[in-house]
Design a protein around this ligand. Structure first.
Ligand SMILES: Cc1cc2nc3c(=O)[nH]c(=O)nc-3n(C[C@H](O)[C@H](O)[C@H](O)COP(=O)(O)O)c2cc1C
Length: 361
């Protein structure tokens, strides 16, 4: 199969993240906190599509984080959400985020192939190998303690998905976790969709390098990120893989720095503390994406932006921070806003032209 156009892009890629979840990426008690309604998601997708934004990425989640507003407790399911958005847009790539343990690979291969037809090849796949113990409890599933099993399962899962996309003939699959007879997938997608993975652990990163086109990693400080990105790309090259690295950012863009800073403070001062505590406890018990020494520093950034890189300031400052990400070697970033629909147009009208002028878009 030929290279998907998304992978051939030379632009610094921009997408939104988590608009399918209540609260988005801001653990906030504020009234204008994102409610993740379908109507708003549809409107946002159309705004992004018209503005030439590259993609939308949802979170797959079945339980929220409690607190006053049950942060990320109201969640639009990602296969149905992605299908409907693909049918309602023209250029945007829409990712389906799929948890390997929750979705059978033979069904997923067909769901993605169907979405590739609905969206003229614009579907992407974000593979999640699992980390959230309470969510597994709610699903009646067992989260394996060790990363070897989690990612071993994910590898077999994706091997089977890929085989269904690529095979003309029916086949038998003999794995440790999946044993199938006479499997085939029709229709097949025209391209292998762009693959995202966000792993922090050693096993997870190996999985990402072996399978994903884009690996997500948070930014704690940019000079460290530069080394990390170079290292990840080098590891990819050693395996003959073109590994791109992405991050996720939270945007507060205002006409003056004072206004942007005041808005950051307002969001922080209205954190839903109980939900933040729950998230921090769950996340750091079962995932290794954030090194221990930076966890405390991350608390504020977790409250405002779920650990994302803060793009806070004037349009010029926000654009410069995106240029810094580009210079550190990142291929793109997701964006989140307290209210995506209210705030995206200002970003579109003021930041995108600067990025274009600087050659990033
Ligand atoms: C950008 C990004 C997107 C993610 N999307 C999801 C998701 O939708 N659902 C989910 O359960 N976990 C999601 N995760 C969690 C990761 O896929 C991964 O399971 C977690 O970071 C633990 O990685 P590790 O097991 O390698 O330490 C996401 C993480 C990041 C940084």
């Amino acid at each position: 199969m030929s290279l998907h156009p998304f992978l051939a892009s030379k632009k610094f890629l921009l997408g939104t993240f988590a608009s399918n979840c209540s609260g988005g990426m801001t653990i906030s008690k504020l009234d204008e906190s994102w409610d993740a309604s379908w109507e708003k998601n549809l409107k946002l997708a159309q705004l992004l599509d018209q503005a030439g934004i590259d993609f939308m990425l949802p979170i797959a989640r079945f339980t929220g984080y409690g607190g006053e507003k049950d942060f990320q407790g109201t969640v639009l399911e990602t296969i149905t959400w992605t299908s409907a958005l693909l049918a309602s847009t023209k250029n945007l790539v829409v990712f389906a985020t799929i948890q390997t343990a929750v979705n059978h690979p033979v069904a997923v291969a067909k769901q993605i192939a169907t979405m590739s037809k609905i969206g003229q090849d614009r579907v992407g796949l974000n593979i999640v190998a699992g980390w959230n113990k309470p969510e597994y409890d709610a699903l009646g599933l067992v989260l394996p303690d060790d990363h070897e099993t989690r990612y071993g399962y994910a590898q077999e899962w994706y091997d089977l998905v890929q085989k269904l996309w690529e095979s003309d003939e029916s086949f038998d699959f003999e794995g440790q976790f999946f044993k199938t007879r006479g499997s085939y997938g029709k229709p097949r997608p025209n391209y292998i969709p762009p693959i995202f993975n966000a792993a922090g652990s050693k096993h997870g990163r190996d999985f990402a390098i072996n399978n994903a086109d884009f690996l997500f990693t948070p930014v704690s400080d940019l000079s460290r990120s530069k080394e990390e990105v170079t290292e990840l790309k080098q590891l990819g090259l050693e395996k003959g893989r073109d590994t791109n690295v992405m991050t996720f950012s939270h945007v507060i863009c205002r006409p003056t720095q004072e206004e942007a800073q005041a808005e950051w403070d307002r969001q922080l001062n209205n954190t839903d503390i109980a939900a933040l505590d729950n998230l921090m406890n769950i996340m750091f018990a079962h995932a290794q994406s954030f090194p221990a020494e930076i966890r405390q520093l991350l608390r504020d950034r977790m409250a405002v932006g779920h650990g994302g890189f803060p793009l806070v300031g004037t349009p010029e400052q926000v654009a410069q921070s995106i240029i810094d990400l580009d210079e550190a070697g990142f291929s793109g970033t997701t964006l989140s806003f307290l209210d995506y629909i209210e705030e995206f147009p200002y970003f579109r009208d003021t930041v995108l032209p600067i990025l274009k002028e600087k050659g990033l878009r």
